[in-house]
Design a protein around this ligand. Structure first.
Ligand SMILES: Cc1ncc(COP(=O)(O)O)c(C=O)c1O
Length: 379
């Protein structure tokens, strides 16, 4: 018997896509995070960070959780807040879908829409600044701070990566995931490069995001991108970066729904596009693990709305051969991620990152150094 919904987080399946992936190429496995109770991968860091905050006395009974999120992380926190009895305030923005706002409210979260854009034309920095300000004003408040809190990547290092390795062992040849806060890519790449260094690590960003440099422009893939390289990501563990166009992400996601019966969101569509390309370069004994951060049902009014797709001038074709041909033409944005990283430690001060986050980060770094020493001794 399950005593609490939060016990069902994690242990998600790896699923093949036999109608899109041919038998003579690398085998694509989708790590299907929609099966988490909050509907996305963000349940994992949300629970881990809240449990650590409770353990350290940073979040006390009756306390308030305040976070900047336009989607999945906010929903995960709202679910945890409902299950554990915390007040939850989410700073979202005009790009947040009405479906996400409804889910947040269903869990009892209060939603504040931040309308002021930052210097990169997105809402990330203004949302974070306002969340930090509110956290100083409201007594008994806690800021999980998914962007600057290194516990985000530690979650994936400690559980997501180990689940993947346990399921695939030495057959995994390539690991692919999308990037925003860098939690997934940061944690999983570090684990794989430490314990399975043969695995080729690929980060997927949106064309228009400047996590890995380049020209900033607006993009439509939700949940992906940032205007700097996130602290949670150590680019030394990453081999290649692809920047995917909006249309390619959306058509790949629609194709997977139609031909595999699997609902995936646009960020996962972007990852699938890259996985289809990479699989074409490998033999069938090699596995390509591709993260699916959330399900397509979060995007019914965009991804699965033909009128919306037409308005963006995106193709409505779900022809597998067309998607595979598009994938085969992709070229990496970078094969030297170290050379295009865009770290901005000055943001810690200018965005007023809470001292509690910085203190926890120090402890996380100390602990990971200890772990490295331990693993070196054991080896
Ligand atoms: C749908 C989706 N895909 C990918 C990501 C990127 O994950 P991360 O923040 O761990 O880099 C996010 C993050 O919010 C997301 O919501």
């Amino acid at each position: 018997m399950i005593h609490n919904i939060l016990e069902t987080i994690g242990e998600t399946p790896l699923i093949t896509i036999p109608n899109s992936n041919t038998a003579d190429e690398g085998r694509i496995l989708l790590k299907y995070e929609r099966f988490n109770p909050g509907g996305s991968i963000k349940d994992r860091p949300a629970l881990y960070i809240i449990q650590e905050a409770e353990r350290k006395g940073l979040l006390k009974p009756g306390g308030t959780i305040i976070e900047s999120s336009s989607g999945n992380f906010g929903i995960s926190l709202a679910m945890i807040g409902a299950a554990r009895g915390y007040r939850v305030i989410i700073l979202a923005d005009p790009k947040t879908t009405s479906a996400n706002i409804s889910v947040l409210k269903a869990f009892g979260a209060e939603v504040i829409i931040v309308t002021e854009k930052d210097d990169s034309g997105s809402y990330h920095k203004t949302r974070i600044t306002q969340a930090n300000k509110l956290a100083q004003e409201i007594p008994n408040a806690y800021r999980p701070d998914q962007c600057f809190n290194l516990l985000n990547r530690e979650t994936h290092y400690k559980n997501t990566a180990q689940e993947i390795m346990h399921a695939c062992s030495d057959k995994i040849a390539v690991f692919i995931t999308a990037v925003s806060t860098g939690g997934q890519l940061g944690g999983i790449s570090k684990y794989l490069k430490t314990f399975a260094p043969h695995v080729h690590i690929i980060g997927v960003d949106a064309e228009g995001s400047t996590i890995f440099g380049g020209e900033a422009k607006s993009y439509k893939i939700p949940g992906v991108g940032l205007s700097w390289t996130p602290l949670n990501l150590d680019v030394n563990y990453v081999d290649r970066i692809f920047k995917v166009k909006d249309e390619h992400a959306f058509i790949a996601a629609r194709s997977i729904a139609r031909h595999e019966g699997i609902l995936i969101g646009p960020s996962s569509g972007a990852c699938v596009m890259v996985a289809l390309k990479v699989a074409q370069e490998l033999g069938p004994d090699k596995q390509v693990v591709c993260m699916v951060a959330d399900g397509g049902d979060r995007y019914l009014s965009t991804l699965f709305n033909d009128e919306w797709m037409k308005k963006q001038h995106f193709s409505l074709s779900v022809n597998t051969e067309m998607v595979r041909a598009t994938a085969s033409k992709l070229i990496p944005w970078s094969e030297n991620p170290q050379g295009c990283a865009n770290y901005r430690t000055d943001l810690i001060k200018s965005l007023n990152v809470p001292k509690s986050t910085l203190k926890m980060n120090q402890e996380t770094v100390n602990r990971s150094l200890l772990n490295r020493e331990r693993s070196e001794i054991i080896d």
